[in-house]
Design a protein around this ligand. Structure first.
Ligand SMILES: [Zn+2]
Length: 395
């Protein structure tokens, strides 16, 4: 909400109100933190973080080095952003203020931070941070609206999901074999999935895939992936990945295989147009698919919750970033009018008077994605800043 409040004084009041909301809990929170440290000391560790590190893939030293390295790399960008935020805030408060003038006025050895300590109005609280970040991203994506309209025409959902599966397969040495509705074998994972969701029957089509690791001499069946992306009453309104259990796959050798599903509240296509992804939807799908693959390659006998979880988001965030790369986006894209004759007819009928322009190209032009690419790169710097301020605490 603070991202939309232009008056710095109103933001200030909201920030202090929010910070005081749980004032009563502060002593208990402090007690909890101290108890955690005491437990760690009793076990012979320097800090709670060091104690927790034994269950992680990264130890205290490597986390420290990582944060220092990250800080040195983004310092320049973070400082430039903070300086422009101070300048804008001071101007919004009616001061005739520039960072350049301030630098000239500062006494030898004094920094901008010293100035902020003596002038609370020049301090950037989290409300200011979110307001000026929002302002910056709006400026970057000012013509995004029109881009988005074109964007989703090129990303019909069923087609895009299968293209993403195929690209991930090429990159990771996997294949996703779709099990058609008539295939008897798909009943086992479907029944397991429905039981896990407390559903007795389903009226939406589930897409079932068998996932194989093809890096060895013979393909190795890893498990089953279900895409449950149709509309259903009572379905959660978010996209997520869930391990729904394991089932026995009877073949030459019977094996216990994991079943993973990506669940989403997407709506069914109509005869006039298919359901389409916007950019956010496509990146979320790629993110969740990476979680699904991560779980499938861990195998059926190892529950997902065991083992270090530090890096669980890294493959998913990498996958999400791929969907901001124009070349990858172009490979996924296909204008929906190429999928069915009915879609093309309906698209033509949408023009009035009835003289449609030539059918758009099958794949999206690369220029269409320039802005998405640029916007994502810019936001990364502001997204990384909080990480640099992080103090490793163990959880
Ligand atoms: Zn995630």
């Amino acid at each position: 909400m603070t991202g939309t409040i232009s008056d710095p004084n109103v933001r200030e009041r909201i920030v202090s109100w929010e910070q005081d909301t749980c004032k009563d809990l502060a002593p208990r929170f402090r007690e909890m933190m101290l108890s955690r440290a005491r437990v760690a000391h009793l076990k012979g560790f320097k800090s709670f973080f060091e104690y927790r590190s034994q269950f992680k893939m990264m130890n205290t030293t490597s986390v420290d080095l990582f944060l220092k390295d990250l800080k040195s790399k983004i310092d320049r960008y973070a400082n430039a952003f903070m300086e422009s935020a101070i300048e804008q805030k001071m101007n919004d408060l009616g001061y005739d203020f520039t960072i350049k003038n301030l630098r000239e006025r500062l006494r030898r050895g004094k920094t901008i931070r010293d100035y902020q300590n003596n002038h609370p109005e020049a301090q950037i609280n989290w409300g200011d941070y979110s307001y000026y970040t929002t302002l910056k991203s709006k400026f970057i994506s000012k013509s995004k609206q029109s881009e988005d309209l074109k964007f989703h025409e090129y990303f019909p959902m069923d087609h895009s999901m299968r293209r993403v599966l195929s690209i991930f397969g090429d990159l990771l040495g996997l294949t996703f074999h779709e099990s058609p509705p008539g295939d008897q074998r798909r009943q086992v994972p479907i029944a397991t999935y429905l039981r896990s969701q407390n559903l007795t029957e389903h009226n939406t089509a589930l897409d079932v895939f068998w996932v194989f690791d093809i890096t060895g001499i013979t393909p190795k069946r890893l498990g089953s992936l279900i895409l449950d992306v149709g509309e259903r009453e009572g379905k959660p309104r978010k996209v997520f990945c869930t391990t729904f259990g394991t089932f026995l796959f009877e073949n030459e050798i019977s094996r216990l295989l994991p079943g993973v599903a990506i669940v989403g509240p997407f709506i069914k296509p109509t005869s006039r147009s298919p359901f389409v992804f916007n950019h956010q939807g496509l990146s979320t799908f790629a993110h969740e698919l990476a979680h699904a693959i991560h779980r499938l390659v861990q195998g059926g006998n190892k529950p997902f919750i065991t083992g270090p979880r530090d890096f669980v988001e890294i493959p998913s965030i990498t996958a999400e970033k791929w969907t901001s790369n124009p070349v990858v986006l172009q490979r996924i894209s296909c204008h929906y009018t190429y999928l069915e004759q009915e879609y093309l007819t309906a698209w033509k009928d949408g023009f009035s008077p009835k003289i449609p322009p030539p059918q758009p190209p099958r794949q999206a032009p690369l220029e269409m994605f320039n802005e998405i690419h640029y916007k994502k790169c810019q936001l990364d710097i502001t997204c990384l800043s909080p990480l640099v301020l992080a103090v490793p605490d163990g959880d």
